[in-house]
Design a protein around this ligand. Structure first.
Ligand SMILES: [Zn+2]
Length: 516
C-alpha cells in the first residue's frame, strides 16, 4: 500500500490547530486533565484481555514504542519496525514462555484492539501499533494518525469537544471521511457549543447587563425567540454543516417562525425525527448537555439559559400556586400532623451556604444607612452588629424578647430600650432609624400596627447555629427568604404548595405578600 500523501490544509481551522495540535500538526496535545484520566483508562484497557500476564507482555513491548506508538527497535544504529518474529523472539526470551503463548497473546491483543498490525509501504513488511490508551509514548502528545485505528478509545481519552475538532481536522488533512457519530460544527459556533456541552457560562450578546427579573413565561418566550442564534451562535436562514453529525454538505438550517427559532437537519435520523419538527433551544441545550432523557431537562435548560441571559425567573405566587404538593414526599406526613411547625430536614447543609443569604441582608441595612449618611461608616457597622444582637433576643417563633430579663414579646418601646441598654448604646433616634431600615431590609417584620406591634426577626439571619424547625408564622412571613434553611428546594416548594392548598385565607395572603 502506498503511503498516503498528507497535504495539510493548514489554512483551515487555524485557531483550533493552534489550540489542540503541536506546531507541525502531527500530534494532538493532551490536556493536563486528560493526562490524569489516562491511568484509569489504561487499567480498563488492559483488563479487556482478561489475563494479567498479557498485560505484562504488552507493557514489556511498550518499551519499543516510537513517538507514533509503533513498535521499532535499533539494529546497527538503524531503526527498523518490529515484525512478528522479532516480537515472538523477544517475549520468549523475556518471559520464558512458549511461541504458542505469544501467539495467543497477540491474537487477544488484536481482538481487543490494543495492539494491531498494519501493512507497511513495503509489501512484506508490517508495523505493530499500540492503542494509546494502553500505553502512549508521548506523555503530553498523541500522534494524530492513531485516530484512524483507535478513535473509539481516544474518544474516551480526550474531551469530546477536542476529539470532535481533532477528528475533523484529521479527516481534512488525511482526506478521510469517516462516518463517525460526532459533532462537526460550523466554526462560529464551536466555542459556545463546547461551553454548553460542559455546562459552563460564557458571554452572549443580548444578555442583560443587570439581573433582570422576569416571569417564567416571558423568559421562555425570550429564549425561544433568540436562543439558537444568540446562545448557540448559529446563523439564521443560512445553510451550514449540521452540528450533530459529520456533515460536509450543509444540511442544517435555523428558521424562525411564529417568534420561535427551530433547528432542522435534512439528514434522516439526525435530529428532526420522522415528523420533521426540528429542535427548539431547549431541545438543543438538553441534547448538547446529554440530559435529553432526564425528566426535568426542560427546567434544567431554562435555568441554564436564565443564567446566561442574566435573568432571574420570578417564582410568582401564581406559579407556585398551581403546583399541588407532591403527595409522594414522606416529609409531608409530619407537616399534616402539626402544620404550625415545619421540620427543615437540613442535615448536612453547611452553615456557610445559609449564611450567604443572611450576610447579604446584613450588608443591605449597612448600605441603606450609608445611602442617607455616606460619611457615617461607624454607625453603618454598628447597624450590622445590632442585627446580630437581635438574633439572640428571640423566642421560638422569632419574635423579639429581652433574653436577659426573660421578658415576653416586646414592642417598639421595648426594642428601643433594648438597643439603648445593649453594648451598642443606640440613642433613641438611631434605634428608630435602625428599626425602620431593618423593616426595609427584611430583617424585621412588623406584625400589627405600630402601637401594638410585635417584631419578628428573619430566621435566615441566625447563622451561628443550625435551625431545625420553623414556626408556620415565621415561614409565612418571610417566605422565599427562608428557602436556604430548607436543605432542598423541592421540600421548600412542597411546603409552599401545602399552605396554598390548606392554609386559611389569611395564611395565603401573608405568603403572597412575602413572595413579592
Ligand atoms: Zn444533522
Amino acid at each position: 500500500m502506498a503511503k498516503t500523501v498528507v497535504v495539510k490544509q493548514r489554512d483551515r481551522f487555524i485557531a483550533d490547530r493552534k489550540r489542540f495540535f503541536t506546531a507541525d500538526c502531527n500530534y494532538i496535545k493532551i490536556s493536563k486533565k486528560d493526562i490524569l484520566k489516562k491511568f484509569g483508562l489504561m487499567s480498563l484497557a488492559t483488563r479487556r484481555m482478561n489475563n494479567s500476564k498479557y498485560t505484562e507482555y504488552l507493557m514489556y513491548l511498550a518499551q519499543f514504542l516510537n513517538e507514533e506508538n509503533k513498535l521499532v527497535a535499533m539494529d546497527c544504529s538503524k531503526k527498523y519496525k518490529l515484525q512478528k518474529e522479532d516480537i515472538v523472539e523477544r517475549l520468549i526470551e523475556g518471559f520464558n514462555i512458549s511461541e504458542k503463548t505469544v501467539e495467543n497473546f497477540l491474537s487477544a491483543a488484536k481482538k481487543e484492539n490494543l495492539l494491531i498490525r498494519e501493512k507497511c509501504d513495503r509489501l512484506t513488511e508490517y508495523v505493530y501499533i499500540m492503542n494509546p490508551i494502553a500505553f502512549n509514548q508521548g506523555y503530553t502528545n498523541l500522534h494524530v494518525e492513531l485516530l484512524e485505528y483507535f478513535s473509539e478509545d481516544i474518544k474516551k481519552f480526550i474531551s469530546p469537544y477536542q476529539y470532535d475538532i481533532c477528528l475533523k481536522i484529521f479527516c481534512v488533512d488525511y482526506n478521510k471521511y469517516k462516518n463517525i457519530d460526532c459533532l462537526s460544527m460550523v466554526d462560529t459556533t464551536r466555542y459556545n457549543v463546547e461551553k454548553i456541552i460542559n455546562g459552563e457560562m460564557f458571554k452572549i450578546e443580548g444578555a442583560f447587563k443587570e439581573t433582570k427579573l422576569m416571569s417564567w413565561n416571558k423568559a421562555k418566550e425570550l429564549f425561544e425567540r433568540r436562543g439558537i442564534t444568540e446562545v448557540i451562535g448559529l446563523p439564521l436562514n443560512i445553510r451550514f454543516n449540521c452540528i450533530f453529525h459529520q456533515d460536509e454538505n450543509e444540511l442544517a438550517v435555523v428558521i424562525s417562525n411564529n417568534k420561535k427559532e427551530r433547528y432542522f437537519c435534512k439528514l434522516d435520523n439526525c435530529v428532526c425525527g420522522t415528523e420533521y419538527k426540528g429542535l427548539d433551544i431547549f431541545d438543543m441545550i438538553a441534547k448538547l448537555m446529554g440530559i435529553e432523557n432526564e425528566d426535568d431537562k426542560f427546567n434544567l435548560a431554562m435555568e441554564y439559559l436564565a443564567n446566561l441571559y442574566n435573568v432571574q425567573i420570578e417564582k410568582t405566587a401564581t406559579s407556585i400556586f398551581n403546583e399541588a404538593p407532591s403527595e409522594s414526599d414522606p416529609k409531608l406526613a409530619s407537616l399534616k400532623e402539626n402544620d404550625n411547625i415545619i421540620e427543615l430536614y437540613n442535615e448536612g447543609k453547611p452553615l456557610e451556604s445559609i449564611a450567604v443569604e443572611g450576610d447579604r441582608i446584613k450588608s443591605l441595612i449597612k448600605n441603606l444607612y450609608l445611602k442617607d449618611n455616606p460619611k457615617d461608616k461607624e454607625t453603618a457597622k454598628v447597624f450590622e452588629d445590632v442585627t446580630e444582637y437581635l438574633t439572640y433576643n428571640m423566642d421560638n417563633s422569632n419574635y423579639i424578647i429581652d433574653k436577659d430579663t426573660n421578658s415576653d414579646i416586646i414592642g417598639l418601646a421595648g426594642i428601643t430600650n433594648l438597643l439603648a441598654n445593649s453594648k451598642h448604646n443606640l440613642s433613641k433616634d438611631l434605634a428608630t432609624t435602625y428599626i425602620s431600615l431593618a423593616k426595609k431590609a427584611n430583617i424585621l417584620y412588623q406584625d400589627g400596627t405600630a402601637k401594638s406591634a410585635k417584631y419578628m426577626v428573619n430566621p435566615i439571619l441566625v447563622n451561628d447555629k443550625l435551625i431545625t424547625k420553623l414556626s408556620k408564622n415565621t415561614f409565612l412571613t418571610f417566605g422565599e427568604q427562608t428557602k436556604a434553611l430548607f436543605g432542598n428546594e423541592a421540600w421548600f416548594n412542597n411546603v409552599v404548595a401545602y399552605y396554598k392548598q390548606n392554609g386559611s385565607r389569611e395564611d395565603i395572603q401573608r405568603l403572597n405578600k412575602a413572595a413579592k
